[in-house]
Design a binder for this molecule. Structure first.
Ligand code: ARG
Length: 572
């Protein structure tokens, strides 16, 4: 149990007695004692009593003797709480013997759908897809570890009018040649070549149009060629996922085309519910609360004038599939912030139709852009969009180089392993350590730096602890008695006990920078502890106790990084 929780549970009844109703004791870490509670100050006005009196009365009623060594009123009416060493030691021992490091599994597991990555067939993944993939995968790992049933959905862009032109281009190239180009990840040149022909050549344009009709009509050969495009692209995306070390598999692809059969039903149902209105020849829903610049209601176009269905219809059909067939009660969409309004309108339309109702909720986990060091949208030297694989390869190459420079004796295999873990880790961490909604700058120097709030710093901290154990020649004994005499030992104990609280917070908000910040604090606190408290040079019980603290730190760093999708290495 984390301490904030424990103290809250002890203070809440006392506050309730004094205030005559429920009160949140507002317990937090304190620079003056271990913890403080500020709730008396806020109550003073309501109760018409001086805050110090209230705080003193709460202390009279609270049962704290077995938890706190000291509890006193201070300043204008704070409660300062100092935790007893033996309480702290007992809690740390509890962690040491717990594989889950104090983090409980969800009491009421849910089915959660995480819609993420979602690149488009025959198009290069760009940095937006990188962020979606990294954030979505962290969400998957966390929710899965907490015991939820997690369904990954890779909502591949595999349908729509561009496929006419793409298939025609494929026919021109010849199947073998096209397959080769696509599986090599030459997606952008394939797409661009098709586009150029489409823009320049009337007959190609006409062929493309007819091809769309054949595709929608289910023409056998057209379908086969379309599947070829999809499969080659999927194959390529899987190589990116492998390089990126994410949990997405080939079974997680469920592209837009998977919902084709349900689109008609969506429109019919909306019509039956009286939610459908014709506007400029299209069938639209006008979800309440969405207006344009001049205050006119904004349409969500579910069927276009030409009878075709668009992006919103597919998302509505997918939402119904996720709630009705998969039984999901939490729907997450990890997609860039430019699509915020789209999702808000889709969710509003689904609510109006009764397809989305409590306890089921849908959340758009939006994110900002990745910028270059010039503060502008990340662009390649030629000015085009940056190819994701190139970025990942550069990260690995740079990290491998750094590992070699740091340790010239490293054999090639180890250098490659470290380079991969650190390079990919650095990319993911730079993303996850920032407030999700904010843009961030891709700055190689900073993200690969061994100090600062970076993956390499944390990975290095982990490997240093592992080297302590190699030198000690033993593992920690979880049942060893925990001794907390030094302030640096107590500080470390408090950080270790904070893991569960942080994980709970991230489960709720899916803001991974809280976890990143926590791991960084933990590593720094450990480093201060390690400077002041000799481990290997200590002897007897003290050494045993400190080995447990070191081991717990390593395990927590490793688990925390694992939740972010980042590997640890034993040596760096
Ligand atoms: N394929 C889209 C894109 O590249 C992202 C799809 C996101 N998911 C969804 N259910 N709409 O922008």
């Amino acid at each position: 149990m984390d301490l904030e929780r424990l103290l809250t549970d002890r203070l809440a009844p006392a506050f309730a007695t004094v205030a005559g109703g429920p009160v949140d004791p507002l317990v937090r870490r304190s620079p003056r004692a271990d913890f403080q509670s500020d709730a008396a100050l806020a109550l003073a006005r309501r109760l018409g009593r001086p805050p110090r009196d209230i705080a003193a009365a709460v202390l009279d009623h609270a049962e704290l003797d077995d938890v706190c060594a000291a509890a006193e009123v201070s300043g204008p009416g704070f409660l300062n709480l100092t935790v007893a060493d033996r309480t702290l030691a007992a809690l740390v021992s509890g962690l040491a013997g717990d594989d889950r490091l104090g983090v409980p599994t969800a009491p009421a597991p849910e089915t959660v759908v995480v819609d993420y990555s979602a690149p488009n067939v025959a198009k290069e993944m760009h940095v937006g897809h990188l962020r979606s993939t990294v954030i979505g995968d962290a969400a998957v790992r966390l929710l899965d570890w907490l015991g939820h049933r997690v369904v990954r959905v890779n909502h591949l862009g595999d349908w729509g009018t561009p496929f006419g032109m793409l298939i025609e281009h494929l026919i021109d190239l010849g199947e073998a040649e096209a397959a080769q180009e696509l599986s090599m990840g030459d997606l952008d040149s394939f797409y661009k070549a098709a586009r150029v022909k489409f823009d320049a050549d009337q007959t190609f344009q006409e062929r493309s149009r007819q091809r769309v009709v054949a595709l929608q009509g289910g023409d056998e050969r057209t379908r086969r060629l379309w599947r070829l495009l999809v499969e080659q692209s999927e194959r390529y995306f899987l190589t990116v996922y492998a390089l990126l070390d994410v949990t997405l598999t080939r079974n997680d692809f469920r592209g837009e085309s998977a919902y084709n059969d349900r689109l008609g039903g969506v429109v019919d149902e909306l019509d039956r519910l009286g939610l459908l209105r014709a506007s400029d020849g299209a069938d639209c829903v006008f979800p309440p609360g969405f207006t344009g610049r001049d205050g006119e209601p904004l349409p969500l176009i579910v069927r276009k004038g030409d009878g075709g269905y668009g992006y919103p219809a597919t998302d509505l059909a997918a939402l119904r599939h996720r709630t009705d067939d998969l039984g999901a009660t939490r729907l997450l969409y990890v997609v860039g912030l430019p699509q915020r309004q789209h999702f808000a309108m889709v969710f509003a339309a689904a609510e109006a139709a009764g397809w989305l109702r409590p306890p089921t909720r849908a959340v758009h986990l939006g994110f900002g852009s990745i910028l270059g060091t010039d503060g502008r949208m990340l662009r390649s030297r030629a000015g085009g969009s940056v190819k994701l694989v190139g970025l990942l390869e550069e990260a690995v190459a740079r990290a491998t180089e750094l590992a070699r420079a740091k340790n010239p004796e490293l054999d090639a295999e180890s250098a490659a392993e470290i380079g991969r873990a650190v390079g990919i880790g650095a990319i993911k961490y730079a993303d996850l350590a920032t407030d999700r909604g904010r843009d961030y700058v891709l700055d190689w120097e900073r993200m690969l730096s061994l100090d600062g709030n970076t993956a390499p710093y944390l990975q290095y901290a982990y490997s240093r602890i592992r080297s302590v154990f190699r030198r000690a020649g033993t593992d920690a004994r979880p049942e060893a008695e925990i001794l907390l005499a030094e302030p640096a030992e107590r500080a470390l104990a408090f950080e270790l006990l904070g893991f569960a609280g942080v994980v709970a917070e991230v489960e709720r908000t899916l803001e991974f920078h809280h976890l990143a910040g926590y791991l960084h604090r933990l590593a720094s606190t450990f480093s201060a502890f390690y400077e002041r408290c000799p481990v290997l040079r200590a002897s007897g019980e003290l050494r045993e106790s400190r080995l447990v603290l070191a081991d717990l730190t390593a395990r927590t760093l490793r688990q925390g990084l694992h939740l972010l999708g980042i590997r640890t290495v034993e040596r760096m």
